[in-house]
Every structure is written in structure tokens, then in C-alpha cells.
Design a protein around this ligand. Structure first.
Ligand code: F6P
Length: 324
């Protein structure tokens, strides 16, 4: 059994509220177990450029309530090449970092999986993405805060939509997954929800909007950005042309969904994950993601998380349908 002495922590990919809570938890749990903890700046980019600094307990004070990530983040193209991964490994070795905690989404985990196979260094991943689309966990850091941001924004749009009897298409994030749109849509009582996982939704939308009762009422249509039947603007245009009497508007919520102070749920869950990551490394675990399923911490092989997609719940789709 090897004895870990120094761990590195980094955030990678799209930032998510609660990442700071996870960094704080990794740092403090590491220190309280006698480890040295190092923050790697700008994700894998900082690992390649040796932009790495020691984190003491005081360095993570006052960050729990802050959105974003104090370690900064990046989507590193260079890390896809072996040559740069090797350079990153040499940089870790020079400091003596003998284990890594990677906080990010599936793109980040692809890099982590490769790195942990190529070099003799245990890696633990923590799921951090507002998309909540990681296989093997029901929870990802930042999703709850994002959902609450979406809910507040859509509620506000609903006020003006209903005052004018307008049809609003509201685009939310989710390049490949519809979790934000589906859960956000239910939370806001959206009249329709368009997500990439379900085909043929445009026909049912047209049917819905053609019904006499929708003519003098507002409608909120939540669209995941990865929807496959065209961009949100194109879909809205089709509706305009098919129903000239409807007053149609489009709002793209955009990066507001990635910011803000994390909710209590994100703070607590990200803290649990951070502590569990350190415990797993001390327990000689490697190449795993730590997730949460049914409220409990779970360990999932990293390789599994990058090969499979998390599926949207059919029962939740049924709930959404029944509530219109
Ligand atoms: O992966 C998280 C995510 O927020 C996606 O939902 C979105 O498509 C993407 O990141 C946007 O990324 P960027 O900020 O790099 O444009």
C-alpha cells in the first residue's frame, strides 16, 4: 500500500457553483489527514504549465459561498495530446504530488481516465457540471444552483409573458442533455419542454399551440440548447409562420445559469464529495468518480462514466406531460 503525501486538486471544463465548496473540502480534509494539498490553476492547462500552488487551510476561507472556482478552469486542447500529458506528469513529479482530484464534467473525466492509465498516479473525479448528465451519479456539483437560477428567471419571464399573452421560447443550457430543461420546466410549469433525448417533440408542440385554449394565453416553452430540431430561433420562427396570430419571443438564458452563490444543497453535497475524495485516496482507490446515488456516496470506475450517458427519467417525462 502506497502512502500518499501530497495531493493536487483542479477544476476543469465549465465552471459550476459549488466547485469552491469542493476545493475547500478537499483542502481541509487533506490537511486534517496530514497531507499537503496543491491547487492546480486553470485545469489541465495549469498542470501542463506548472501553474501549481500550495493550499493552506486559510487559502480556502470565505470561498464556500462563492460561485465560480478560485482555481480557475479551462477546456484544455493540449491535454488531449500525450506529449502534454507527459509534461503535466513531470510537473507533478517535480513537486512530489502523488494523487489527483479532478473536479469537472465528462470531458474532464476523459482526460483524467487517460492520464490515470498512462501514469502511475491515482486520480479521483468529482462530478462538477450544471448539466447533471454524468453517468453513475444523480448529483453533480452546481446543478441545483443552476436549476434555481433557471426557475427564478423563468418565473420573471412568466410575469411579462402572461401580461402580454405571449409565447416565450426560453433556451437553457444542456448541449447534449435535457436535465436542466426537464426539471426546470416542471419547476416553472412550462407548457412544453424540448430536450435532445426525445424525438418528435415539434409535432406535439404544434398540436398544443393550435388548440383554441392556447390562443389567448401565455405559453412558456423551455428548450435545451442541444435540441435536435433546429436552433431555438428556428423553432420559434416555424411557430410564428404556422400561427401568425401568436406573439412569439425568444430568450436565451445563457451563462447566468453557471454563476451565483451555490445553494445550501450544492454546498453540502460538494463538501461531502470533497471529503469522500480524500478518504478514497487514503484508502488506496484510484481511477474512480465519487458520486451520490439515493443520497449515499458511491464509487464508480472513471472509465464507466465516460463510456455511458445518464438517461433522463421516463417517469419525470410523464409527469411533465400530465401537468400541461
Ligand atoms: O458543460 C456545461 C455547459 O454549461 C453546457 O451546458 C454548455 O453547453 C456549455 O457548458 C457552454 O460552454 P462554454 O461556456 O465553454 O461556452
Amino acid at each position: 500500500m502506497r502512502k500518499i503525501k501530497k495531493i493536487g486538486v483542479l477544476t476543469s471544463g465549465g465552471d459550476a457553483p459549488g466547485m469552491n465548496a469542493a476545493i475547500r473540502a478537499v483542502t481541509r480534509a487533506g490537511i486534517s489527514n496530514g497531507l499537503e494539498v496543491y491547487g492546480i490553476m486553470r485545469g489541465y492547462e495549469g498542470m501542463i504549465d506548472a501553474d501549481i500552488r500550495r493550499l493552506l487551510s486559510g487559502d480556502v476561507s470565505g470561498i464556500l459561498q462563492k460561485g465560480g472556482t478560485i482555481l480557475k478552469t479551462a477546456r484544455s486542447k493540449r491535454f488531449r495530446e500525450y506529449e502534454f500529458r507527459q509534461q503535466a506528469y513531470e510537473n507533478l513529479k517535480a513537486i512530489g504530488i502523488d494523487a489527483l482530484v479532478v473536479i469537472g464534467g465528462d470531458g474532464s473525466f476523459k482526460g483524467a481516465t487517460e492520464f490515470s492509465l498512462e501514469f502511475d498516479i491515482p486520480v479521483v473525479g468529482l462530478p462538477g457540471t450544471i448539466d447533471n448528465d454524468m453517468f453513475g451519479t444523480n448529483y453533480t456539483i452546481g446543478y441545483d444552483t443552476c436549476l434555481n437560477t433557471v426557475m427564478e428567471a423563468v418565473d420573471k419571464i412568466r410575469d411579462t409573458a402572461s401580461s402580454h399573452n405571449r409565447v416565450f421560447f426560453i433556451e437553457v443550457m444542456g448541449r447534449e442533455a435535457g436535465f436542466v430543461a426537464l426539471h426546470g420546466g416542471i419547476a416553472c410549469g412550462a407548457e412544453a419542454i424540448l430536450i435532445p433525448e426525445v424525438k418528435g417533440q415539434l409535432d406535439s408542440l404544434m398540436q398544443l399551440l393550435s388548440s383554441p385554449e392556447r390562443q389567448n394565453k401565455s405559453s412558456i416553452i423551455l428548450v435545451a440548447e442541444g435540441h435536435t430540431e433546429g436552433t431555438t430561433f428556428e423553432i420559434a420562427e416555424k411557430v410564428r409562420q404556422t400561427f401568425p396570430s401568436l406573439d412569439v419571443r425568444v430568450t436565451i438564458l445563457g451563462h447566468i445559469q453557471r454563476g451565483g452563490s451555490p445553494t445550501a444543497y450544492d454546498r453540502v453535497s460538494a463538501s461531502r464529495l470533497g471529503v469522500a475524495a480524500v478518504e478514497a485516496l487514503l484508502d488506496d482507490q484510484k481511477s474512480i468518480m465519487i458520486g451520490i446515488q439515493s443520497g449515499e456516496i458511491v464509487h464508480v470506475p472513471l472509465s464507466k462514466t465516460v463510456k455511458q450517458n445518464r438517461e433522463v427519467s421516463q417517469s419525470l417525462l410523464d409527469v411533465a406531460k400530465r401537468l400541461v
